[in-house]
Write a protein that binds this ligand. Structure first.
Ligand code: ADP
Length: 666
C-alpha cells in the first residue's frame, strides 16, 4: 500500500456543529485562537516531559522544550510549533476529527439556532483546537509523535467544512506544527507586534518559552546613526577588494539563515511565583489555560504550604457549570505536578465528588515523579492534601457568601445541587457544608430568594427548638402545602425543599448548630413550647368528642391509610396526609423508581381538621356509601394538594362526577 496516499475523512457530526458554534461565538474575541493553540502546545510539551522521565530517548537530540510562533505576512499565515509529544496518524484522526467528551451530542441538541443565545453555550463547552477556524479558512497540521521514526509523520488539512485529509509524511522534528492560512479579513494577525501583544496578554504564564524570531524591523528602528555610518564605511572598504566583499556576503547570508529567537512570555510556572507578583489578569488567563473555559473564574485561592508536606495549590471556582457536570464519566480533578513537572490531568484523588467543579493545579514536592493513579489512591500525603484543599474551598466559599451575597447566589444557582451531595459524602465537614446551603423558605416571596441556615436560626424565637422543613416535588407544591398552615398561623418559618436531591440529603443532615431538623409532613408534629396549654387542652377535648367518627373514617379508608387522627397542623384545609417519621417521601420514591427499584410500601396517616365545614358535613352523613365516597374524595384531595399522584385517578373523577350530578339535581 502506498503510505503517502491522501485520505479524505468526514468530521463527526458533533465537530461540524461545534465548528459552527465556535465561529459564531468567538467573532468578537477572535484573538483567543492563539491562546488555545499555545495552550495545546504547552500541554503537548508537558506530556512529553512526563513521558521522558521514564524514557529519555523520546527527547531525541532536542531536550529543550519550547513553543515557536512564526508568521508570514505575504502569505497570510501563522504557525504554532511545539516539540512536545506529537500525534500519530491515528491520534490525529481521533483528536482532530472527533470530540471525545461524552454527552456532547446531547449538549449540542440544546442549540437553538439563535446565534446570540447559542454563543453563551460555548462557555459551558470550552474552546480548543477548532477555534483555529475562527481566523483561518484552511488549517494544516504537521505532526510526528515522539518515539516514531521521521518517516511516520502525518499531515492533516481542513477548511473546516465537514471534511479533512490525512497523509503520511516525513517529518524530522518531533512535535506538532499548526499552520493557519488566515482568512482574507484576518491577515492582520500575521504581524509580529500583534502576535507578541496577544502572547503577552494570554500566554505569559505558560511555563515553556514562547519564542518568536527577532524582527528585522526592530533592528532597524534600533539602528543608530553610528551603526548606519559604520555600515556605509564597510561598503566603501568592501568595494576595494573582491575577496573580502564575497566573504562579507557569505557572512550576511549565514546570519540570515540562522534566525535569532527571543522569548516573548515570562516562561515560568505561574503558581511558583509569589502571590503579590501575580496580577488578577494573569490568574484569570491561567484559569482559561487549564480549564479551556471561555469565561473568567468566579474566585480563586493560591496557597503554598511548607513544613512536613510541601505543596502549592491554585484552585479556581468557575462562574458557570459545565454542560456535563452530572455526567458520571466526565473527567474531573486537578492538574497534578510534582516539583514543577506535569504528571497528569484530572487527578481526582485530591478533591471529593461534591467539589468536582473545582479547577486548578496542585504541585507536590513530596510525591515521587513516577507516581501513578493507583499510588495516589493509597498515598497518605494525598489524603492530607485532599482534606486541606477541601477546607480551603469551603472557607473560600464561606468567605464569598459573607462578602458578596450576589456573587454567592450566582454560585449557588450553578453549583448548589452539587454542594448538596456534600453532607452525605463528607460527614466530617457536614456542619461547614450545611453553612453553605441555601433554601427557599415560606417567608420569602419567591423560589429565587433563599435563606441560609444561619439566617433561619437567627430569626427563630426562643420557644422554637427545631429547624422545620418540607420536601415536595416542586416549589409550588412545597409553598402551598396544607402542612404549612399551622406554621403560617404561628408565624414560624419553614424551609421549602424541592430539589430532587433534597430528601436524600436530609437523611444525612439531621442537625445544624445543635438544632434538629424536623420534616413538617413526617411523623408526629411536636411543636413543643410553640403550642400553648390551652391549645393542647382544646385538642384533647375535640379528640374525645369525635372518637366514633374517627373510628368510622379509619374503617372506611382501611386500605389507604395506616391511621386517622385529629390534626393540629391545619387551619384552612379539611385534611392532610402525614408520613411516618422514617417513611420515604415522594422524591425518594421517584429516585428509586428511576433506578428501577421498588420503593417499600407505606401508608400515610390521614389527619383531619375536625372543625372544617366539609369534615363536619361528613360527620353528619348517615348513608354509608355516600360517607365512603366523601371520605375517599377527601383522601385523594389531600394527596393532590401536596402535589402527589393518585393511585386511581378515574375512581376519583367518577366520584366527583357523581357529586356534581347530585348537586345539579338538588
Ligand atoms: P482539548 O485540548 O480540550 O482536549 P482540543 O480540541 O484543543 O481539546 O484538542 C483535542 C486534542 O488534540 C487534545 O486533547 C490533544 O490530544 C490533541 N492535540 C491538540 N493539539 C495538540 C498538539 N499541539 N500536540 C499534541 N496533541 C495535540
Amino acid at each position: 500500500m502506498n503510505e503517502a496516499v491522501k485520505e479524505t475523512l468526514g468530521f463527526q457530526t458533533e465537530v461540524k456543529q461545534l465548528l459552527n458554534l465556535m465561529v459564531h461565538s468567538l467573532y468578537s474575541n477572535k484573538e483567543i485562537f492563539l491562546r488555545e493553540l499555545i495552550s495545546n502546545a504547552s500541554d503537548a510539551n508537558d506530556k512529553l516531559r512526563f513521558e521522558a522521565l521514564h524514557n529519555k530517548e523520546l527527547l531525541e537530540n532536542q531536550p529543550e522544550l519550547d513553543i515557536r510562533i512564526e508568521f508570514d505576512k505575504e502569505r497570510g499565515t501563522v504557525a504554532i510549533i511545539d516539540n512536545g509529544i506529537g500525534m500519530s496518524k491515528e491520534d490525529v484522526i481521533e483528536h482532530l476529527g472527533t470530540i471525545a467528551k461524552s454527552g456532547t451530542a446531547q449538549f449540542l441538541t440544546n442549540l437553538t439556532g439563535d446565534q446570540k443565545q447559542d454563543a453563551q453555550l460555548i462557555g459551558q463547552f470550552g474552546v480548543g483546537f477548532y477555534s483555529a477556524f475562527v481566523v483561518a479558512d484552511r488549517v494544516e497540521v504537521f505532526s510526528r509523535k515522539a518515539g516514531l521514526s521521521a518517516g511516520e509523520g502525518v499531515h492533516w488539512e481542513s477548511t473546516g467544512e465537514g471534511e479533512f485529509t490525512v497523509q503520511t509524511i516525513s517529518k524530522s522534528e518531533r512535535g506538532t506544527r499548526v499552520l493557519l492560512h488566515l482568512k482574507a479579513d484576518e491577515v492582520s494577525f500575521a504581524d509580529g507586534w500583534q502576535l507578541r501583544t496577544i502572547i503577552r496578554k494570554y500566554s505569559d504564564h505558560i511555563a515553556f518559552p514562547v519564542l518568536m524570531e527577532k524582527e528585522k524591523q526592530e533592528d532597524f528602528s534600533a539602528e543608530t546613526d553610528e551603526d548606519a555610518e559604520e555600515k556605509d564605511a564597510a561598503t566603501v572598504v568592501d568595494q576595494g577588494s573582491e575577496e573580502s566583499s564575497s566573504e562579507k556576503k557569505e557572512a550576511v547570508a549565514t546570519e540570515e539563515q540562522v534566525p535569532e529567537w527571543e522569548t516573548v512570555n515570562k516562561a515560568t510556572a505561574l503558581w511558583v511565583r509569589g502571590k503579590t507578583d501575580i496580577s488578577d489578569e494573569e490568574y484569570k488567563e491561567f484559569y482559561k489555560h487549564i480549564s479551556h473555559d471561555f469565561e473568567e473564574p468566579l474566585i480563586w485561592g493560591h496557597n503554598k504550604v511548607e513544613g512536613n508536606l510541601e505543596y502549592t495549590s491554585l484552585l479556581y471556582i468557575p462562574k458557570r457549570s459545565p454542560f456535563d457536570l452530572y455526567n458520571r464519566d466526565t473527567p474531573r480533578g486537578l492538574k497534578l505536578y510534582v516539583q514543577r513537572v506535569f504528571i497528569m490531568d484530572d487527578a481526582e484523588q485530591f478533591l471529593p465528588l461534591y467539589l468536582r467543579f473545582i479547577k486548578g493545579i496542585v504541585d507536590s514536592n513530596d510525591l515521587p515523579l513516577n507516581v501513578s493513579r493507583e499510588i495516589l489512591q493509597n498515598d497518605k500525603s494525598v489524603e492530607t492534601i485532599k482534606s486541606a484543599l477541601v477546607k480551603r474551598v469551603l472557607d473560600m466559599l464561606t468567605k464569598l457568601s459573607k462578602k458578596d451575597a450576589d456573587a454567592y447566589n450566582k454560585f449557588w444557582s450553578e453549583f448548589g445541587q452539587v454542594i448538596k451531595e456534600g453532607p452525605a459524602e463528607d460527614f466530617g465537614n457536614r456542619e461547614k457544608i450545611a453553612g453553605l446551603l441555601r433554601f427557599s423558605s415560606s417567608k420569602q416571596a419567591s423560589s429565587e430568594q433563599t435563606v441560609s441556615l444561619d439566617d433561619y436560626i437567627d430569626k427563630m424565637s426562643d420557644e422554637q427548638k427545631k429547624i422545620y422543613y418540607i420536601t415536595a416535588e416542586n416549589y409550588a407544591s412545597a409553598a402551598n402545602s396544607p402542612h404549612l398552615e399551622i406554621f403560617k398561623k404561628k408565624d414560624i418559618e419553614v424551609l421549602l425543599l424541592s430539589d430532587r436531591i433534597d430528601e436524600w440529603m436530609t437523611g444525612y443532615l439531621t442537625e445544624y448548630k445543635g438544632k434538629n431538623f424536623q420534616h413538617v409532613a413526617k411523623g408526629d408534629l411536636d411543636l413543643g413550647e410553640l403550642q400553648d396549654q390551652e391549645e393542647k387542652k382544646e385538642q384533647e377535648d375535640l379528640e374525645s368528642a369525635s372518637k366514633d367518627f374517627i373510628e368510622r373514617l379509619k374503617e372506611t379508608l382501611n386500605d389507604k391509610v395506616s391511621d386517622v387522627k385529629i390534626t393540629h397542623r391545619l387551619t384552612d384545609s379539611p385534611c392532610c396526609l402525614v408520613l411516618g417519621a422514617y417513611d420515604m417521601g415522594v422524591q425518594m420514591r421517584q429516585i428509586m423508581q428511576a433506578a428501577g427499584q421498588k420503593a417499600p410500601e407505606s401508608k400515610p396517616i390521614m389527619e383531619v381538621n375536625i372543625t372544617h365545614p366539609l369534615v363536619e358535613k361528613l360527620k353528619e352523613e348517615i348513608q354509608e356509601d355516600r360517607f365512603a365516597d366523601l371520605a375517599f374524595i377527601l383522601f385523594d384531595q389531600a394527596a393532590l394538594a401536596e402535589g402527589g399522584q393518585l393511585d386511581n385517578p378515574s375512581a376519583y373523577v367518577n366520584r366527583i362526577h357523581k357529586l356534581l350530578l347530585e348537586l345539579s339535581v338538588n
